[in-house]
Design a protein around this ligand. Structure first.
Ligand code: DAH
Length: 339
């Protein structure tokens, strides 16, 4: 009996020594102390010992049992600790190492300037409304007093999608549509893309952004238009801006005008930016033509209104001295990251 106890101990110790994970030790414990294990078998065979031998052998078995239990416990703890250490070691990070530079997203320069423009008009009491990129000839031309064979239609090279549908050539396509929906007073701005079938160059592109605006109410005057444009540009540049108004022609306004602002680079002295004129053209505007009011089912006897349309790219180019309109669509990080 003594011998077999000793044999089990040796077997246990050798297996314990070769265990290298906490799971193996757990299995070892089950193997030696479990119901089907050798120690329980020894206990069972106690009854075969003589009465004199039994207490001694019993003690030996008990101490083996205890030894197995404590060794397993200790071995388990040691290995667990070691495993934990290895895991921590592998997760160690050097907090002094320089971080990876991540490229932070930002708004596109056109979006940034649009936000700036819209926030000013919002402050001035205009609400923001949108009109569709794909529209009918009716809303893009006809309702805006461009007659069928009117040469003014050639002013804007149009992308036609079908005989009737087209890509809007200007955000003025909001005018009649909105008048049909809402009753005066109407005071809105409409930002968005405009599309024209033009050769792409440093100064023109097949699509660009505009902000159309108009105000219709009783007794809206030309003086209101001038002062609205004036205060917009003062706010936009954050300083008092000199403006110049020239008479111009658009079929949907009468009278029509184009407005220039003083060249901020040379203060009207003349330079390359303003092509030596001292002035920069920034907006087309005028008093809404009675035919347009009629197309919008607004009574021209009772109401008057003004409208303007400004080019967004152009303003951003002026503000930041950007020489080529194509830069906005090239997605060059070196350009975009400057805004
Ligand atoms: N729609 C014109 C264009 O795209 C801009 C414009 C001029 C809009 C005069 C207006 C206006 O509302 O009154 O060239």
């Amino acid at each position: 009996m003594d011998k077999s106890i000793e044999k089990i101990r040796e077997e246990f110790i050798s297996e314990l020594n070769s265990a290298s994970t906490s799971t193996q030790i757990e299995q070892l414990k089950i193997k030696f102390l479990g119901k089907k294990g050798p120690i329980v078998a020894l206990m069972r065979s106690l009854k075969d010992c003589s009465k004199e031998e039994r207490p001694k052998v019993g003690q030996l078995i008990n101490s083996l049992k205890e030894e197995v239990a404590t060794s397993c416990h200790k071995g388990f703890e040691d290995l667990l600790l070691r495993e934990e250490k290895v895991k921590l070691e592998s997760q160690k990070i050097d907090v002094t190492m320089p971080g990876k530079k991540s490229n932070k997203g930002r708004s596109h320069p056109i979006r940034q300037i649009l936000n700036h423009i819209l926030s000013i008009f919002k402050e001035m009491g205009f609400s923001i409304q949108y009109s569709p990129n794909i529209d009918s000839e009716h809303y893009n031309f006809e309702s805006l007093n461009f007659e069928d064979d009117h040469p003014a239609r050639d002013m804007q090279d149009t992308f036609y999608l079908s005989k009737e549908m087209l890509l809007r050539t200007h955000t003025s396509n909001i005018q009649a549509r909105l008048m049909q929906k809402e009753k005066p007073p109407i005071r809105v701005v409409c930002p968005g893309k405009a599309f024209r079938n033009e050769n792409i160059s440093a100064r023109s592109h097949v699509f660009f952004h505009q902000v159309e605006g108009f105000y219709i109410d009783e007794n809206v005057t030309f003086a209101d238009l001038i002062s609205t444009l004036n205060s917009f540009f003062n706010k936009f540049f954050g300083q008092k801006i000199k403006m110049r108004f020239r008479s111009s022609y658009f079929p949907f306004v009468e009278p029509g005008l184009e407005a220039d602002i003083e060249c901020l680079v040379c203060s009207t002295k003349g330079c390359a930016i303003c092509k030596n004129t001292g002035w920069l053209e920034v907006v087309g505007a005028g008093m809404i033509h009675p035919n347009v009011l009629k197309a919008g089912r607004v009574d021209p006897e009772k109401y008057t209104g003004y409208a303007w349309g400004l080019g967004v790219e152009r303003l951003q180019m002026l503000l930041n001295n950007i020489p080529d309109i194509r830069m906005f669509t090239e997605n060059d990080e070196r350009f975009l990251s400057q805004f």
